[in-house]
Design a protein around this ligand. Structure first.
Ligand SMILES: [Zn+2]
Ligand SMILES: [Zn+2]
Length: 454
């Protein structure tokens, strides 16, 4: 499996998070099913955008790419995205790119022109098969940039001669650097072979990037390039397209300031990976609320009925109850149905616990609780959500409190004193003060406990 990675010239935004999380779930699920998955995701670490950014900041180009590779890796770790098997940088694969380009020239699919090399789009009969575009249509829209030396407006650059002061590598055509499309063909082949099972990326990559990857790889090897193409939809922000010109680009870092990584993942997986999604404060709050409900259910199960919840389940029963999950994921990774499935169990188990706390446990309860516990445990690891224990979840929430925990504890003691002294007004004021700061108090037989408001 190969997924087109980021061009590292700036902080990654929520659109990058979506692609990373979608393919992270594909990766985790295929491993869960027993496949031996080799997953490659590259860094495009040489590009016009990187050079422009370096000129703007007055630093060497590779300082920019190193800075944003590090930032991307940090963001992925924060989002609990598993590391792919291989994470090559384009600049580490230049020799392989030159090899592919030479093969394309020798087979008549590419030509050199004053230090540049171009791909002859008309020579590749299958051009347009992924995007559904045809040559005539493309011809009408084609333009030649002033600094390009190509023979046909449809052709695209495989190798670009470098301008003075630009980063460059030696090649049979002189000093230069690779075009963007050839990177992925070369890295995919180097790490995964001529034909791969899955190639992923955002929908914006279908044309021209992926169309060009097919043209390069299939012309060079004479074999099919990819068996399955998976493309994820865009993220809109409050119903508007995210773009530099609208100034509404939401970085992963900024999103993580307001919401937990788990809530962001749940939000992203609440739509099918191919659909567009709207990022909004409401949608994120909804995700936080759903997590809260989930973890309170776990807490209740494991705190109040640990022996029932942890009872063993026979293997056949296990397979049977997980069927709806497997079925949903096998149908093009339908995480929407998976979420529905989990919350159906959350609802059922809560009703049963309500009932049991009034009338005692029955057979139905003894059968259902361990099944729910198993489903929650099993599925959590694959979605990278619902995968903590409830103590961790509530602890982390508490750590995000605006007032320090020891201050809260002090106020709880003060409130208890006030209540002992029958000063109920004071006790109530303390409760209200805490609530305004997002802290909820709950009086239990074992004393007062606190939790964060959602
Ligand atoms: Zn790519
Ligand atoms: Zn690609």
């Amino acid at each position: 499996m190969y997924v087109c990675g980021p061009t590292v010239y700036d902080l990654s935004h929520i659109g990058h998070a979506r692609s990373a999380v979608a393919f992270d779930v594909v990766y985790r699920y295929l491993k869960y099913k027993g496949f031996n998955v080799k997953y490659t995701r590259n860094y495009t670490d040489i590009d016009d955008k990187i050079i422009n950014r370096a000129n703007k900041d007055g630093v060497p180009w590779n300082e920019i790419s190193e800075r944003y590779i590090k930032a991307f890796d940090e963001d992925m770790a924060a989002l609990d995205v598993e590391l792919p098997t291989f994470r090559p940088k384009a600049t580490e694969t230049i020799r392989e790119m030159i090899d592919v380009i030479q093969t394309l020239i020798s087979k008549g699919f590419a030509y050199a022109m004053d230090g540049d090399v171009y791909y002859s789009v008309r020579k590749f009969a299958g051009y347009g098969k992924l995007s559904g575009k045809n040559i005539e249509e493309l011809e009408a829209g084609a333009r030649v940039e002033v600094d390009e030396r190509k023979k046909d407006p449809l052709d695209f650059a495989l190798w670009k001669s470098s301008k003075p002061g630009e980063p460059s590598w030696p090649s049979p055509w002189g000093e230069g650097r690779p075009g963007w499309h050839i990177e992925c063909s070369a890295m995919s082949q180097k790490f995964l072979g001529d034909t791969i099972d899955i190639h992923g990326g955002g929908k914006d990559l279908i044309f021209p990037h992926h169309e060009n990857e097919i043209a390069q790889s299939e012309a060079a090897t004479g074999k099919p390039f990819v068996r399955y193409w998976l493309h994820n939809g865009f993220v809109n922000i409050e119903k508007e397209k995210m773009s530099k010109s609208l100034g509404n680009i939401l970085t992963i870092r900024d999103a993580l300031k307001n919401y937990s990584a788990e809530a962001i993942r749940l939000f992203l997986l609440s739509s099918h990976y191919q659909s567009p999604i709207d990022y909004s404060a409401d949608a994120l709050k909804e995700a936080e609320a759903a997590l809260e409900r989930y973890y309170r259910t776990l807490e209740r199960m494991e705190r109040d009925w640990p022996n029932v919840a942890n009872a063993p389940i026979p293997e056949e029963v296990k397979q049977e109850i997980l069927k709806p999950f497997i079925h949903a994921m096998d149908e093009d990774f339908n995480t929407v149905a998976v979420k529905r499935f989990i919350f159906q169990w959350v609802n059922d188990v809560n009703s049963l616990m309500d009932f049991a706390s009034r009338t005692g446990i029955d057979e139905e309860f003894q059968k259902t609780l361990p099944r729910a516990a198993l489903i929650f445990k099993e599925i959590g690891g694959i979605l990278g959500i619902f995968n903590r224990n409830w103590q961790e979840y509530f602890q982390e929430k508490k750590s995000r409190s605006r007032i320090p925990a020891d201050e809260i504890e002090k106020l709880i003691v003060k409130r208890a004193e006030a209540r002992t002294n029958k000063d109920f007004k004071k006790a109530d004021d303390i409760r209200k003060e805490l609530e305004e700061k997002g802290v909820l108090l709950e009086d239990t037989p074992k004393g007062t406990v606190w939790r964060m408001k959602i």
